[in-house]
Design a protein around this ligand. Structure first.
Ligand code: ADP
Length: 215
Protein backbone atom coordinates (compact mmCIF):
# COMPACT_ATOMS: atom_id res chain seq x y z
CA UNK A 1 0.00 0.00 0.00
CA UNK A 2 1.23 3.53 -0.75
CA UNK A 3 1.36 6.37 1.76
CA UNK A 4 3.28 6.26 5.03
CA UNK A 5 1.82 4.91 8.24
CA UNK A 6 3.29 5.84 11.63
CA UNK A 7 1.91 4.62 14.94
CA UNK A 8 2.68 6.11 18.35
CA UNK A 9 2.75 3.85 21.37
CA UNK A 10 3.51 4.01 25.06
CA UNK A 11 1.90 3.94 28.47
CA UNK A 12 -0.66 6.50 29.63
CA UNK A 13 0.88 9.95 29.90
CA UNK A 14 3.98 9.10 27.85
CA UNK A 15 3.34 12.02 25.50
CA UNK A 16 1.81 10.32 22.46
CA UNK A 17 -0.93 12.83 21.71
CA UNK A 18 1.47 15.74 22.32
CA UNK A 19 3.98 14.33 19.81
CA UNK A 20 1.34 13.30 17.25
CA UNK A 21 0.05 16.88 17.17
CA UNK A 22 3.54 18.38 16.83
CA UNK A 23 4.58 15.99 14.07
CA UNK A 24 1.35 16.56 12.15
CA UNK A 25 1.87 20.31 12.34
CA UNK A 26 5.50 20.05 11.18
CA UNK A 27 4.71 17.71 8.28
CA UNK A 28 1.73 19.79 7.15
CA UNK A 29 3.89 22.92 7.13
CA UNK A 30 6.16 21.04 4.70
CA UNK A 31 3.21 20.39 2.41
CA UNK A 32 2.42 16.78 3.33
CA UNK A 33 -1.15 15.55 3.48
CA UNK A 34 -1.47 14.16 7.02
CA UNK A 35 -4.31 12.22 8.64
CA UNK A 36 -4.31 12.16 12.44
CA UNK A 37 -6.26 9.40 14.11
CA UNK A 38 -6.32 7.25 17.23
CA UNK A 39 -7.38 3.98 18.81
CA UNK A 40 -9.80 3.31 20.23
CA UNK A 41 -12.23 5.81 18.77
CA UNK A 42 -10.96 6.88 15.36
CA UNK A 43 -14.38 6.41 13.73
CA UNK A 44 -18.02 7.04 14.71
CA UNK A 45 -18.46 3.35 15.57
CA UNK A 46 -15.13 3.54 17.37
CA UNK A 47 -16.38 6.42 19.53
CA UNK A 48 -19.14 4.18 20.88
CA UNK A 49 -16.63 1.37 21.45
CA UNK A 50 -14.22 3.81 23.12
CA UNK A 51 -16.89 4.76 25.65
CA UNK A 52 -17.54 1.11 26.41
CA UNK A 53 -13.82 0.44 26.73
CA UNK A 54 -12.73 3.43 28.80
CA UNK A 55 -15.67 4.29 31.03
CA UNK A 56 -15.23 3.05 34.55
CA UNK A 57 -18.29 0.98 35.37
CA UNK A 58 -19.14 -1.04 38.44
CA UNK A 59 -19.01 -4.30 36.47
CA UNK A 60 -15.49 -5.10 35.27
CA UNK A 61 -15.13 -5.80 31.57
CA UNK A 62 -14.07 -9.41 30.86
CA UNK A 63 -10.61 -9.58 29.23
CA UNK A 64 -12.16 -11.31 26.20
CA UNK A 65 -14.80 -8.58 25.85
CA UNK A 66 -12.12 -5.92 26.07
CA UNK A 67 -10.07 -7.65 23.39
CA UNK A 68 -12.99 -8.10 20.97
CA UNK A 69 -14.08 -4.47 21.39
CA UNK A 70 -10.52 -3.30 20.66
CA UNK A 71 -10.37 -5.53 17.57
CA UNK A 72 -13.78 -4.35 16.38
CA UNK A 73 -12.59 -0.77 16.76
CA UNK A 74 -9.46 -1.57 14.73
CA UNK A 75 -11.32 -3.36 11.95
CA UNK A 76 -13.57 -0.33 11.47
CA UNK A 77 -10.64 2.07 11.82
CA UNK A 78 -8.62 0.33 9.12
CA UNK A 79 -11.50 0.07 6.67
CA UNK A 80 -12.86 3.57 7.16
CA UNK A 81 -9.78 5.72 7.87
CA UNK A 82 -6.36 4.10 7.54
CA UNK A 83 -6.59 2.05 4.33
CA UNK A 84 -8.29 4.80 2.27
CA UNK A 85 -5.78 7.40 3.48
CA UNK A 86 -2.81 5.20 2.61
CA UNK A 87 -4.29 4.38 -0.79
CA UNK A 88 -4.57 8.14 -1.36
CA UNK A 89 -0.85 8.37 -0.58
CA UNK A 90 -1.29 10.30 2.67
CA UNK A 91 0.75 10.15 5.85
CA UNK A 92 -1.27 8.55 8.65
CA UNK A 93 -0.38 9.21 12.30
CA UNK A 94 -2.22 6.97 14.72
CA UNK A 95 -2.16 7.45 18.48
CA UNK A 96 -2.00 3.70 19.36
CA UNK A 97 -2.40 0.71 17.02
CA UNK A 98 -1.67 -3.05 17.10
CA UNK A 99 1.16 -2.87 19.65
CA UNK A 100 -1.29 -1.49 22.22
CA UNK A 101 -3.19 -4.79 21.95
CA UNK A 102 0.01 -6.74 22.52
CA UNK A 103 1.06 -4.54 25.45
CA UNK A 104 -2.32 -4.09 27.19
CA UNK A 105 -4.38 -7.17 26.40
CA UNK A 106 -1.32 -9.45 26.07
CA UNK A 107 1.22 -8.37 28.67
CA UNK A 108 -1.26 -6.44 30.81
CA UNK A 109 -4.24 -8.83 30.88
CA UNK A 110 -2.50 -12.08 30.05
CA UNK A 111 -4.16 -12.95 26.73
CA UNK A 112 -1.92 -15.41 24.88
CA UNK A 113 0.62 -13.53 22.76
CA UNK A 114 0.59 -16.01 19.85
CA UNK A 115 -3.16 -15.56 19.51
CA UNK A 116 -2.78 -11.77 19.53
CA UNK A 117 -0.09 -11.94 16.84
CA UNK A 118 -2.50 -13.92 14.65
CA UNK A 119 -5.37 -11.53 15.29
CA UNK A 120 -3.17 -8.53 14.60
CA UNK A 121 -1.95 -10.05 11.33
CA UNK A 122 -5.53 -10.84 10.33
CA UNK A 123 -6.69 -7.30 11.14
CA UNK A 124 -3.96 -5.55 9.19
CA UNK A 125 -2.01 -7.73 6.82
CA UNK A 126 -1.65 -4.83 4.41
CA UNK A 127 -1.43 -1.90 6.72
CA UNK A 128 1.14 -2.51 9.38
CA UNK A 129 2.83 0.77 10.31
CA UNK A 130 6.05 1.43 8.42
CA UNK A 131 7.33 3.04 11.60
CA UNK A 132 6.26 2.75 15.23
CA UNK A 133 7.50 5.22 17.82
CA UNK A 134 7.35 3.95 21.39
CA UNK A 135 7.61 6.68 23.99
CA UNK A 136 9.48 5.07 26.84
CA UNK A 137 8.72 6.48 30.27
CA UNK A 138 8.78 5.11 33.83
CA UNK A 139 5.26 4.24 34.97
CA UNK A 140 5.47 6.55 38.01
CA UNK A 141 6.21 9.53 35.72
CA UNK A 142 3.44 8.60 33.25
CA UNK A 143 0.84 8.35 35.99
CA UNK A 144 2.04 11.65 37.49
CA UNK A 145 1.61 13.37 34.12
CA UNK A 146 -1.87 11.87 33.71
CA UNK A 147 -2.89 13.23 37.12
CA UNK A 148 -1.55 16.68 36.17
CA UNK A 149 -3.37 16.55 32.82
CA UNK A 150 -6.69 15.92 34.50
CA UNK A 151 -8.49 19.18 34.99
CA UNK A 152 -10.31 18.02 38.09
CA UNK A 153 -13.61 17.59 36.30
CA UNK A 154 -12.28 14.88 34.02
CA UNK A 155 -12.41 11.46 35.70
CA UNK A 156 -9.92 8.64 35.49
CA UNK A 157 -10.56 6.13 32.71
CA UNK A 158 -10.57 2.35 33.17
CA UNK A 159 -6.95 1.90 32.07
CA UNK A 160 -5.61 4.90 33.96
CA UNK A 161 -7.27 3.52 37.08
CA UNK A 162 -5.42 0.19 36.78
CA UNK A 163 -2.76 -0.82 39.33
CA UNK A 164 0.87 0.22 39.02
CA UNK A 165 1.70 -3.48 38.52
CA UNK A 166 -0.59 -3.56 35.46
CA UNK A 167 1.11 -0.51 33.93
CA UNK A 168 4.53 -2.06 34.67
CA UNK A 169 3.51 -5.16 32.71
CA UNK A 170 2.30 -2.96 29.82
CA UNK A 171 5.58 -1.05 29.86
CA UNK A 172 7.54 -4.33 29.83
CA UNK A 173 5.35 -5.39 26.89
CA UNK A 174 6.34 -2.32 24.89
CA UNK A 175 10.01 -2.96 25.57
CA UNK A 176 9.59 -6.56 24.38
CA UNK A 177 7.80 -5.38 21.21
CA UNK A 178 10.64 -2.92 20.52
CA UNK A 179 13.24 -5.65 21.00
CA UNK A 180 11.42 -8.17 18.81
CA UNK A 181 10.83 -5.83 15.85
CA UNK A 182 13.65 -3.31 15.83
CA UNK A 183 13.21 -2.70 12.08
CA UNK A 184 9.79 -1.16 12.57
CA UNK A 185 9.80 -0.07 16.19
CA UNK A 186 11.89 2.77 17.56
CA UNK A 187 12.17 3.36 21.28
CA UNK A 188 12.42 7.00 22.40
CA UNK A 189 13.39 8.29 25.81
CA UNK A 190 10.25 10.20 26.82
CA UNK A 191 11.81 11.74 29.95
CA UNK A 192 13.30 14.50 27.81
CA UNK A 193 11.57 17.77 26.95
CA UNK A 194 8.67 17.87 24.48
CA UNK A 195 10.78 19.83 21.98
CA UNK A 196 13.83 17.53 22.12
CA UNK A 197 11.63 14.46 21.57
CA UNK A 198 9.81 16.22 18.73
CA UNK A 199 13.08 17.08 16.97
CA UNK A 200 14.26 13.47 17.20
CA UNK A 201 10.94 12.20 15.83
CA UNK A 202 11.02 14.74 13.02
CA UNK A 203 14.57 13.74 12.04
CA UNK A 204 13.66 10.02 12.02
CA UNK A 205 10.48 10.59 9.99
CA UNK A 206 12.13 12.94 7.49
CA UNK A 207 14.90 10.38 6.99
CA UNK A 208 12.33 7.70 6.23
CA UNK A 209 10.33 9.94 3.90
CA UNK A 210 13.47 10.82 1.99
CA UNK A 211 14.25 7.13 1.42
CA UNK A 212 10.63 6.56 0.37
CA UNK A 213 10.75 9.33 -2.22
CA UNK A 214 14.02 8.02 -3.67
CA UNK A 215 12.65 4.51 -4.23
P1 ADP B 1 -0.53 10.39 26.17
O1 ADP B 1 -1.26 10.83 24.92
O2 ADP B 1 0.61 9.45 25.88
O3 ADP B 1 -1.42 9.87 27.26
P2 ADP B 1 -0.07 13.24 26.56
O4 ADP B 1 0.56 13.68 25.28
O5 ADP B 1 -1.51 13.55 26.78
O6 ADP B 1 0.20 11.67 26.78
O7 ADP B 1 0.80 13.83 27.74
C1 ADP B 1 0.42 13.64 29.10
C2 ADP B 1 0.72 14.93 29.89
O8 ADP B 1 2.13 15.09 29.98
C3 ADP B 1 0.17 16.19 29.22
O9 ADP B 1 -0.27 17.08 30.23
C4 ADP B 1 1.37 16.74 28.46
O10 ADP B 1 1.33 18.14 28.34
C5 ADP B 1 2.54 16.31 29.35
N1 ADP B 1 3.75 16.00 28.59
C6 ADP B 1 3.82 15.43 27.36
N2 ADP B 1 5.10 15.27 26.98
C7 ADP B 1 5.87 15.72 28.01
C8 ADP B 1 7.30 15.81 28.23
N3 ADP B 1 8.18 15.39 27.32
N4 ADP B 1 7.71 16.32 29.41
C9 ADP B 1 6.83 16.74 30.35
N5 ADP B 1 5.47 16.69 30.19
C10 ADP B 1 4.99 16.17 29.05
Amino acid sequence: MAGFFISFEGIEGSGKSTQVALLAQALRSQGYDVVVTREPGGTAVGQVLRRLLLESTSAPLAPGAELYLMLADRAQHIQEIIAPALRANKIVLSDRFVDSTTAYQGYGRGVELGLLAQLNAFACSECMPALTLVLDLPVSEGLKRVRQRQSGTEGTDRFEAESVAFHERVQAGYLAVARSDSQRVRLLDAMRSVEVIHQEILAVVQGRLLVLHKT
